[in-house]
Ligand binder design. Structure first.
Ligand SMILES: [Fe+2]
Ligand SMILES: [Fe+2]
Length: 437
């Protein structure tokens, strides 16, 4: 049911603010959400849009008749905003934020499809992720309505796309979908630059078209979700940078010991497969994949004469070599970051053995952290299959026999079973990450 109030000359945002207050009274224990939204809402949509360089009054349109009928009641609108902004604020994964944003936009203005477009500055393209039955699409920067909107910073409202020369009909031709009515609204980042755009296609209902009110609502959605979007993009950037640094550090450790070029990448991938097989969450397995390349970082402090010795090490040299575990641990544990703490465990415990005969502490069984037990299997599997300064690569059947023999001795028996179960995947990884001479 639709409120006629929204059709009056009141700013819909002022009205929304009042309704938010009423809506809040019917909610229990949701104060945090209320405070957040209360700060956001009093700014008029039009005023805020103008500040952010997006003025719905200046939208480009080929409108012939304006219907104020939006189809979403203010109460529904508040519920949608409240639910989605809470979900989006708690989400740290870009792809999930994009999906939530798309759903929020679609529900707010009753669109058939809603997509979020982002700018790929490296490839000079715009791209969408999967949403509402649409796989990732890439288009040249500046093309179509969305490109136009992003380039100019202006929202666009069009009743019939095929009457507008900016419409790029290529996707319709490819997918068989018929675009009619379109709205695009750019997202503006905190520094004022445009980071992407919302695009809603086809109003739900026979002969229904988007209205200026829909445009205003989508602008409202863009102004809320856009902030979370930027912070998640920033978060992903930081995680990617951390991953690169960790990998580079791992490579330093391996290059000091002249190990094969893709060793750390393979250990990372093997660790992931074993972790998933063990039942860890995708997130934890991803984290282990990121840190396992650092297992030998402590080798940076081991003298070349020991590290690069082709023959067997003397007892004294072996004692020195063993120290790479504690050196790596001490190097990494100082950081308060979770990933670094995880990496310090891997560095410390990847040479411990299930039966207690490993080093440096001679831990046994489940006293050895799972991350150490997993990395031990990944590391040994890869080391045996590669040429090293002190040995040639082993044949696969010999490696497998060793794992059978060492089940419950060197390695966690449960993990050895997972290793055999996942062997096809592990061999595929070995094939994908061959060493380049
Ligand atoms: Fe090691
Ligand atoms: Fe290694």
């Amino acid at each position: 049911m639709r409120s006629t109030n929204v059709q009056t000359s009141h700013s819909s945002s002022t009205l929304l603010f009042r309704l938010f207050s009423i809506y809040f009274l019917s909610l229990h224990g949701a104060k945090a959400g209320f405070i957040h939204l209360c700060v956001e809402i009093p700014i008029s949509t039009r005023a805020e849009s103008t500040i952010r360089g997006v003025n719905p009054l200046n939208y480009t349109t080929n409108h012939t008749s304006h219907s104020d009928s939006n189809g979403t009641s203010p109460e529904q609108l508040l519920r949608i905003i409240f639910e989605y902004t809470t979900k989006i604020a708690n989400e740290r994964t870009l792809v999930n934020v994009l999906l939530l944003m798309a759903n929020m936009g679609r529900e707010m203005i009753m669109a058939d499809r809603c997509t979020v477009w982002l700018i790929d500055h490296v490839r000079d393209e715009l791209f969408t992720t999967v949403a509402h039955g649409v796989d990732e699409i890439r288009i040249p920067l500046g093309s179509g309505f969305v490109g136009h909107s992003i380039t100019t910073g202006e929202p666009i409202l069009v009743e019939d796309a095929y009457n507008d020369p900016r419409h790029n009909a290529e996707n319709d031709l490819r997918t068989g979908y018929r675009t009619k009515s379109i709205i695009t609204v750019p997202f503006v980042g905190n520094d004022g630059s445009i980071i992407g755009a919302y695009q809603a296609i086809n109003k739900v209902g026979t002969d229904a078209v988007f209205t200026p009110l829909d445009l205003e609502y989508l602008t409202l959605a863009a102004s809320y979700a856009g902030k979370s979007l930027e912070s998640v993009m920033l978060h992903e950037e930081i995680v990617d940078t951390q991953r690169d640094i960790i990998l580079a550090m791992g490579e330093i450790g391996e290059s000091r010991s002249k190990e094969t070029s893709n060793h750390v990448n393979r250990v990372a991938e093997y660790s992931y497969v074993l972790a998933i097989g063990y039942g860890l969450s995708t997130e934890e397995a991803e984290q282990l994949k990121m840190v396992s390349p650092m297992h030998d970082i402590g080798k940076v402090a081991i003298p070349d004469a020991v590290l690069h010795k082709p023959g067997k090490l003397t007892e004294e040299e072996f004692e020195l070599m063993k120290r790479h575990t504690t050196i790596g641990y001490n190097l990494l544990k100082a950081s308060g970051r979770d990933l670094m703490k995880m990496a310090s465990i891997v560095a410390y415990e990847h040479h411990e053995k299930w039966d207690g005969s490993g080093y440096p502490r001679g831990l046994s069984g489940e006293d050895i952290h799972l991350y150490g037990r997993i990395t031990a299997i990944a590391d040994v599997f890869d080391a045996l299959g590669s040429d090293r300064v002190y040995k040639k690569a082993w044949e696969l059947d010999l490696i497998l026999r060793l794992f059978e023999e060492e089940r419950g001795r060197h390695f966690d028996p449960r993990l050895v079973d997972i290793f055999f179960k996942q062997l096809p995947k592990l061999l595929q990884i070995r094939d994908n990450y061959k060493d380049i001479d």
